[in-house]
Design a binder for this molecule. Sequence first.
Ligand SMILES: Nc1ncnc2c1ncn2[C@@H]1O[C@H](COP(=O)(O)OP(=O)(O)OP(=O)(O)O)[C@@H](O)[C@H]1O
Ligand SMILES: [Mg+2]
Length: 229
Amino acid sequence: MIQMFHVTKSYPGDPPVLTDVNLTVDKGEFVFLTGPSGAGKTTLLRLVFCDEKPTRGQILVGGRNVARIRAASVPYLRRNIGVVFQDFKLLPHRTVLDNVAFTLDVLGTPRSESRERVLRMLKLVGLQHKAESLPLKLSGGEQQRVVIARALVNDPTILLADEPTGNLDPGLTVEILDLLCEVNVRGTTVVVATHDATLLERYQKRVIRLERGRVVSDTAQSEAVRRTG
Ligand SMILES: Nc1ncnc2c1ncn2[C@@H]1O[C@H](COP(=O)(O)OP(=O)(O)OP(=O)(O)O)[C@@H](O)[C@H]1O
Ligand SMILES: [Mg+2]
């Protein structure tokens, strides 16, 4: 679903942010991307989302080479990718329902279909009773669930979440992670960037660790080595 071959990303004048990254995330996997602050987690997700181009290397997303994608094709690629980024950016003067419907509105989805899909998503995240509320009237965890509903309403094959629980207390953190696991069980490939070690411990999923822009460990690979070795 996501493949990176010898991916390097550097900005002029600075040492590379990512260096020779190789990884494969299969369809339906749930992966944590971890590592210290500045390790390159957000940058890696932005490359997958085509927000940035790699300096070197190849990136395949759903079989398409996004390192070489034309700007005009980016929106099509993004229809298959839901994102939950650090700063959640809900539209403050629109209701929860309108916020979640936003992507569908942009795509010109008919109102009746859009409404039905939005309500289905709000039900999934447990917020159908808040459809008419404004975001600022919701708790932090509720707002984050709206963001997740918005990321999923388009039925993406991949969900990228960057520190989705960054500002939340431990109870809400578990709530959000459980929700992401459920989304994954329903078939979406999920990649979660986090430096929260307690989450890695608690959920026992595949963990890819970055340090100073390099993949320093990947539990899937150590698992494979154990089995073949
Ligand atoms: N647009 C940019 N221009 C120059 N340097 C950048 C740019 N974006 C990111 N960087 C640098 O790349 C490095 C990795 O940043 P990145 O945001 O990917 O780290 P991270 O692992 O997500 O960290 P955190 O855990 O703090 O979110 C940092 O040193 C950062 O300063
Ligand atoms: Mg980051």
